[in-house]
Design a protein around this ligand. Structure first.
Ligand SMILES: [Fe+2]
Length: 524
């Protein structure tokens, strides 16, 4: 179903005048599903159905995706909803009090999609804040603020972003999100491990409901519990998010159709389909990205004027099985064998095309696992995690060679997964510090995974001499803030001293810069 809404003619842009209406893709229900799910146009709830908050995402210069999911009882099966579809109305305004409304419409929240709604709002002005809210019956959602991207062809002076990853609910409070919500950034990148699939583990700071997630009902419940967190809701309500996933949205360390425990691939793909469906239902992704069975097209590009181009990668869905025994290993022949890939052929070609063609001052790879090699064996021995780019030498070397040969302007890799902060120079020949620096990697720490953390462990201290390309490390929780101008990229590592109880303060642990035209990180 497509919903047409009228907008006021505000006369501020030729484009908006030409498009005197906003189209919202309200998720076409197929007729069979529509028949199966009668629509409640005026539903009644005895408590708010907006318990999971609101979110926006994937900003374009003319619009953004708005998200919510109805769940009056978040931990109950189906969030406490009946089997009926429900009509949800939405509103977008230029001001927080909704005196200048520029778009409104309605969508149907269907039980087949967990009563989630994804509204693609169009016809907005570039590089502006907007406020949005939803309504169902007499209930109104919290108000979210979002921001459109600048027009692709414009030379903008600066932008600010934050990135975060890895929020294990049982490991601690999401205090870092509370502080992130107070920042002044245009967009937040979330780089994976939005949920953890495990059942309750030893000595949790706070406990998850349900067993290890394997079914759609499990995953929906897990997302509902995470999304009930007020600090996470505050961050979503403050900024649009650009999201990608890592492994724990499905199963620890999975690779394509291979589960951690070597389940039969057909069985694991059924689990993956459930996990992908729940991921889509809970993220502010465009409806065109909804999963088809066990596949979800997640990698994509988002330009921010001519200043930044984001290539958002998916290093899980298409990777070959982990080589060399799969855990921590010397780099065996299997890691170098032709055919090993962390991106898959199609995504790799797409990435290189994008790096070649996007006219951006800074080319950002927003992705999951470390690109820089990290020798984790102290002393002359060399060992690497087989879950990261190093284990997939054909793709790693192809990327570094591409950066060295084609020289896309200022490549910056932003990384999650590792539960600690790292700034690394990317050398064209990994492990050879005398070779040219062709890019810079900033890995961000976790929101809560790994519990309180400490500045640096003895183990990390012992391997730093073996990894001279590492320019900064810290082992506390937090997020990362980046300020970007045409001349300079600045990365601020924001850390909180504890997550085992609420209320930690935040501080900038270190700032590193990359100068335009000079890859490599330096202390500010
Ligand atoms: Fe993680």
């Amino acid at each position: 179903m497509i919903v047409l809404t009228r907008r006021r003619l505000l006369g501020y842009s030729a484009r908006a005048l030409a498009v005197a209406a906003i189209w919202a893709d309200a998720f076409p229900l197929d007729p069979a599903q529509a028949d199966a799910a009668p629509l409640q146009v005026r539903p009644t709830f005895d408590r708010t159905p907006f318990s999971l908050g609101v979110a926006s995402g994937d900003p374009a210069d003319d619009g953004v995706v708005l998200w919510t999911r109805l769940a009056p009882d978040p931990l109950a099966p189906d969030g406490g909803m009946s089997g009926d579809g429900v009509r949800v109305t939405w509103e977008v305004a230029e001001d927080e009090r909704f005196t200048r409304v520029v778009g409104r419409g309605s969508v149907d929240a269907a039980p087949t999609r967990g009563h989630a709604v994804h509204v693609e709002v169009d016809g907005l002005r570039p590089a502006r804040h907007y406020w949005y809210r939803f309504r169902v019956g007499s209930w109104e959602s919290p108000v979210g603020r979002t921001r459109t991207a600048p027009a692709p062809e414009t030379d903008i002076e600066r932008m600010r972003l934050a990135f975060a990853s890895c929020q294990h609910y049982e490991h601690g409070y999401f205090t870092a999100h509370r502080h992130l919500a107070q920042e002044d950034v245009d967009v937040v990148l979330f780089l994976g491990d939005y949920i953890y699939e495990y059942g309750t583990q030893d000595n949790p700071v706070r406990m998850v409901a349900g067993p290890e997630t394997t079914t759609l009902e499990h995953y929906r419940q897990r997302y509902a519990q995470y999304k009930s967190d007020p600090d996470l809701q505050a961050a979503h309500a403050a900024f649009p998010f650009i999201v990608t996933w890592d492994d724990h949205e499905v199963d620890n360390d999975y690779a394509d159709d291979r589960s951690q425990d070597d389940d039969p691939p057909e069985a694991f793909l059924r689990r993956r389909a459930a996990a992908y469906q729940a991921y889509f239902e809970h993220m502010p992704l465009r409806p065109s990205r909804r999963p088809r069975g066990s596949e979800l097209p997640l990698y994509r590009a988002l330009p921010y004027g001519r200043l930044v181009d984001f290539a958002v990668l998916d290093t899980r869905q298409y990777r070959t099985p982990k080589p060399c025994g799969g855990r921590q290993s010397v780099l065996c022949d299997e890691a170098r064998a032709a055919g090993g890939t962390i991106l898959g052929e199609r995504q790799r070609r797409w990435l290189f095309d994008r790096l070649d063609s996007a006219p951006a001052r800074w080319h950002v790879l927003a992705q999951q696992v470390m690109v820089a090699p990290l020798d984790v064996a102290a002393g002359p021995a060399e060992e690497f995690s087989m879950d990261k780019w190093t284990a997939y030498q054909p793709d790693l070397l192809a990327l570094l060679d591409f950066l060295g040969a084609r020289k896309p302007t200022n490549p910056i890799v932003l990384t999650g997964d590792i539960h600690s902060s790292w700034a690394c120079d990317l050398h064209q020949r990994p492990g050879h510090p005398a070779s040219a620096v062709v890019g810079t990697e900033f890995a961000g720490t976790s929101i809560s995974s790994g519990r309180d953390g400490l500045e640096i462990s003895a183990r990390i201290q012992s391997i730093l001499p073996d990894n001279p390309h590492v320019k900064f490390h810290n082992g506390q929780r937090g997020y990362v803030r980046c300020g970007i101008t045409r001349e300079r990229w600045t990365t601020d590592y924001r850390v909180v001293p504890f997550v085992s109880r609420p209320g930690a303060s935040v501080e900038t642990r270190a700032s590193l810069v990359v100068e335009n035209g000079r890859p490599g990180a330096h202390r500010a």
